[in-house]
Design a protein around this ligand. Structure first.
Ligand code: S3P
Length: 447
């Protein structure tokens, strides 16, 4: 049982209408928004943030930063200020830190606490309580942190006693995970000496970029297909303004909706094109998607662009496992695109999908089955047999507290032969609070 009851379920359906038309800007990137608050907390003085994602996940991180001593204030839509205490000066929180549905917030903050001599309890909703945390706790133990309490199997609620004098470690992440990498680097910030993280496949690099932006000494080197990151501990972090670009993982929903809805012509504005996040766009173009990348420019240290997306005839493709880190959160909506495509789409190496907000591999497979789509799971691969026409639809999908499962199958319902419904759309607010009005502004029909 969760300490924090799930908000009451809000079933929602989506049905076919006319073409989708118009211009939209998805909300700010979730990964960067979490990190903006955390770096604000860790630098002494005022950090101004623009374009922040005001989703429940990120607001939980804001609350955790307050509990550790920062002053965090909202000054307008997406405009926030953090007055941080600086490295080494964090306060011990009085109450458990409740991260709701947010794995990123919880795991990154475990890194922060793990590198400070304070004790904190981490908890969240029923989904977060199922997610594996040992992957982050293992390196933190090497740094000198102690796990004072945990639920079975290294699950939340977890009480962590951070290291008073954290040891600089060299750590190879066992899976390509930006969350593990970031937790080690955040703990290493307060260590005397050099912390090294090696990853055999490159994962999103927002923490490294933000470390540089806030004045830390970080060296990022290529090593095979992966990277070696060397961080010199105990820098003087200087507050810097953060501009958050639109989240490519949220942009994925209007993009796929426009591709599969006949006659659509949509522009999705300001989308972050960081190559470590752009695997979905690469894959969709391989499938035959008509996506024009317009107005490439830089914002907040990232390349962004406006994507013009037109309804397209898609064909099945094979997606190598090596591309998974750059589109890890986009497989549910890619599976929806694959259901409309002609032929087989094989997505290789999806083991990490089993430990997301839900077991996404199982949830995608069940959702496709509910829509009458042929699919199979072979080992860690998902194979979708698309018929080159709208799938039958007409099913209700179990979302298991997973926002991306909910949004993906609602997108399917906008173009499937019969409507699709999800058992609960409440969790969409964790990452994309204005999903429904934004999609409706393009002509989407929800029922
Ligand atoms: C994230 C990393 C990814 C991703 C998550 C956000 C981040 O998780 O799925 O939504 O902001 O670091 P993993 O690091 O576990 O792959």
């Amino acid at each position: 049982m969760s300490a924090h009851p799930t908000p009451s379920a809000q079933p929602l359906g989506a049905e076919r209408g006319g073409p989708l038309r118009g211009r939209v800007r998805p909300p700010g990137d979730k990964s960067i928004s979490h990190r903006a608050f955390i770096f604000g907390l860790l630098s002494r003085g005022r950090t101004a943030i623009e374009g922040l994602l005001e989703g429940d996940d990120v607001l939980r991180t804001a609350a955790a930063c307050r509990a550790l001593g920062a002053r965090v204030e909202r000054h307008g839509a997406g405009l926030w200020q953090v007055d941080g205490l600086g490295l080494g000066a964090l306060l011990e929180p009085r109450d458990p830190l409740d991260f709701g549905n947010a794995g990123t917030g919880a795991r990154l903050m475990m890194g922060v606490v793990g590198g400070h001599g304070i004790v904190a309890t981490f908890d969240g909703d029923a989904s977060l309580r199922k997610r594996p945390m040992r992957r982050v706790l293992d390196p933190l133990l090497l740094i000198g942190a102690q796990v004072v309490g945990e639920a079975e199997g290294g699950r939340c609620p977890i009480t962590l006693r951070g290291a008073h004098d954290p040891a600089p470690i060299a750590y190879r992440t066992p899976v390509a995970s930006a969350q593990i990498k970031s937790a080690v680097l955040l703990a290493g910030l307060n260590a005397r000496g050099r912390t090294i993280v090696v990853e055999s496949e490159a994962s999103r690099d927002h923490t490294e970029k933000m470390l540089l932006h806030f004045g830390a000494d970080v060296l990022v080197e290529s090593e095979g297909d992966g990277r070696r990151i060397t961080l010199t501990g105990r820098p003087e972090l200087t507050p810097r303004p953060v501009v958050v670009p639109a989240d490519p993982s949220s942009a994925a929903f209007p993009i796929v909706a426009a591709l599969v809805t006949p006659g659509s012509d949509v522009v999705v504005e300001g989308v972050m094109m960081n190559p470590l996040r752009a695997g979905l766009v690469v894959t969709l173009i391989e499938m035959g998607a008509r996506i024009d990348v317009l107005g490439r420019r830089r914002e907040g240290g990232e390349e962004i662009a406006d994507l013009r997306v037109r309804a397209s005839v898609l064909k099945g493709v094979e997606i190598p496992a090596s591309r998974a880190p750059s589109m890890i959160d986009e497989y549910p909506v890619l599976a929806v695109a694959a259901a409309f495509a002609e032929g087989e789409t094989r997505m290789r190496g999806l083991h990490e999908l089993r430990v997301k907000e839900s077991d996404r591999l199982a949830a995608i497979s069940a959702g496709l089955a509910a829509a009458g789509v042929e699919r199979e799971i072979v080992g860690d691969d998902l194979i979708v047999h698309g018929g080159g026409r709208p799938p039958p639809g007409g099913g209700v999908v179990a979302t298991h507290l997973d926002h991306r499962i909910a949004m993906s199958f609602l997108v399917m319902g906008l173009a499937s032969a019969r409507p699709m419904a999800v058992d609960d759309a409440a969790m969409i607010a964790t990452s994309f609070p204005n999903f429904r009005p934004l999609m409706e502004s393009l002509g989407a029909r929800f029922v």
